[in-house]
Design a protein around this ligand. Structure first.
Ligand SMILES: Cc1cc2nc3c(=O)[nH]c(=O)nc-3n(C[C@H](O)[C@H](O)[C@H](O)COP(=O)(O)OP(=O)(O)OC[C@H]3O[C@@H](n4cnc5c(N)ncnc54)[C@H](O)[C@@H]3O)c2cc1C
Length: 451
């Protein structure tokens, strides 16, 4: 029996006539346009069955029909977290956005990307607390993996979720909220796609604000020994970039909120680093056109907080990514530990970025109960070499109890991961309640959570 016959026999593929009576054809028809890859192109998904429902009811129908199913967002994960050997479902058609002016919240369909949401919020007088380096990802995909930006006082993008609506394994629509579900809600936000198919998410809003961004060059790592908190606290969101050579950050990006009475002149020096005289790309030698405005030019929050603009390819394009989260108070030591490998890392690296994330209470968040420093690597697309380096970096970071980014590449074994998440068994109980047969589990979750 080939796949198509199997699906037809199991009721996933049905005839057009039946479909028109049940749900729209688009929802339950597989798309078979050939192999589909993730954004970076380093992963070909293990199934060519992709469902694209156009309503919550169609998501429920899709869930009921599939024995195994994984949700797919904007495909920006670098590992197999979104993969499935059976079926994937994209919620790109669920793209409604509804602001509640009384509650200061917005509820978005799971297909909405930050690039669409942010200007909409700004035009209604609102802002989000933070954004990732790029606006191309979906809110649902970002929240599911604890995607983050930077800022000593800013939690990750999952930390402003106040309610989540999802279809669980039997096709029921469930809503969990911060207000009514207490601690259980903390388990349902960073859910790694395992709890169910998220259909809507509600986010807390701030009043809109303007920002400006300044870039400084060449900050000695020595400055981090006593000033790490002051350096990362010098703006609303601060990022340091390095190539791990010469014991210094090549660039410091400082994103500040524009406050009344603020001087429009940028200080020429920052802890010994010099103000850049032109717009820069974080990766040396790359054209800076895709980057958001720098040099202190004011602009809306959503055009300064990400490093990359919506209509351009972010970062390098052909690349791999890895990231580890360590306690911020041990950030300087952790940086020095990784620096020992500099000559092994640099040849395969585009750039490293350091950011900070405020602690949260979300069970599977990489910042769970821990103010964190994130040490990120944008690698050249050289997986055989990168695969050799990752365990060496992980060994150097082991004394700092590193948590790897759920959506990026790592080699930390499952047994060690388990010890990093004290609420993992509660999370598994929650999954069992909503998905007793493991419909939403895939090989990535089997090996990393159940390994
Ligand atoms: C160039 C680039 C820059 C990046 N910058 C950052 C950064 O600054 N900070 C950071 O933290 N990360 C960053 N990332 C990583 C990225 O934010 C994460 O991979 C994020 O999860 C991608 O979201 P997505 O919409 O592409 O989801 P996908 O990668 O498609 O899916 C991610 C996970 O979310 C789940 N999911 C998606 N939709 C749903 C749904 N409706 N219901 C249930 N589960 C769902 C999937 O099953 C999967 O487990 C970057 C990635 C790239 C390629």
């Amino acid at each position: 029996m080939n796949k198509r016959e199997f699906l037809r026999a199991s009721g996933i593929l049905v005839s057009g006539a039946t479909l028109s009576r049940l749900v729209s054809a688009e929802a339950l028809t597989e798309q078979t346009a050939g192999p589909r890859k993730n954004w970076a192109g380093n992963l070909t998904y293990s199934t060519d069955h992709l469902f694209t429902p156009t309503s919550v009811e169609e998501v429920q129908q899709t869930v009921k029909r599939c024995d195994k199913l994984r949700a797919l967002g904007a495909r920006h994960s670098f590992n197999a977290i979104a993969d499935s050997t059976a079926n994937q479902v994209s919620l790109e058609h669920l793209d409604e956005m509804t602001i509640d002016d009384k509650a200061h919240t917005v509820t978005v369909g799971a297909g909405v990307r930050y690039g669409k949401l942010a200007p909409y919020l700004d035009s209604h007088g609102y802002a989000l607390n933070n954004l990732a380096s790029l606006p191309h990802v979906t809110v649902a995909g970002a929240v599911s993996t604890a995607t983050h930006g930077s800022g000593i006082h800013n939690g990750n993008l999952s930390s402003i979720v106040s309610a989540v609506e999802f279809v669980n394994a039997d096709g029921s629509l469930v809503t969990l909220s911060r207000a009514k579900d207490g601690d259980t809600f903390n388990g349902a936000v960073v859910a790694l796609g395992a709890l169910g198919i998220v259909t809507r998410i509600t986010l807390d809003l701030l009043p809109t604000f303007q920002m400006r961004q300044a870039v400084y060059e060449n900050l000695s790592f020595d400055q981090l020994e006593h000033n790490l908190d002051a350096i990362f606290g010098s703006g609303y969101s601060v990022s340091l970039f390095t190539d791990w050579q010469n014991h210094r950050a090549t660039q410091v990006w400082i994103k500040k909120r524009i406050e009344p009475g603020m001087s429009s002149t940028l200080p020429p020096e920052f802890y010994g680093a010099k103000l850049a005289t032109k717009k820069l790309h974080p990766i040396a030698g790359h054209d800076a056109t895709p980057c958001t405005e720098q040099q202190g030019i004011p602009g809306p929050w959503y055009e300064r907080m990400p490093h990359f603009r919506m209509n351009f390819t972010p970062s390098s394009g052909a690349e791999l990514q890895t990231e580890y989260f360590v306690p911020r108070e041990r950030g300087y030591e952790a940086i020095l530990a990784v620096e020992k490998l500099h000559d092994r890392i640099t040849p395969h690296l585009f750039v490293t970025e350091f950011r900070t994330i405020a602690a949260d209470n979300l069970w599977m968040s990489t910042a769970y109960k821990r103010d964190s420093l994130a040490i990120h690597f944008t690698w050249k697309p050289e997986w055989p070499a990168v695969k050799e380096i990752l365990p060496q970096i992980e060994k150097q970071l082991a004394p700092f109890d590193p948590r790897p980014h759920w959506a990026k590449l790592f080699t930390i074994p499952a047994a060690q991961l388990e010890a990093k998440y004290e609420r993992l068994s509660d999370f598994k109980s929650l999954l069992k309640q909503h998905d007793p047969t493991g419909k939403f589990r895939n090989a990535f979750l089997d090996s990393n959570l159940y390994g």
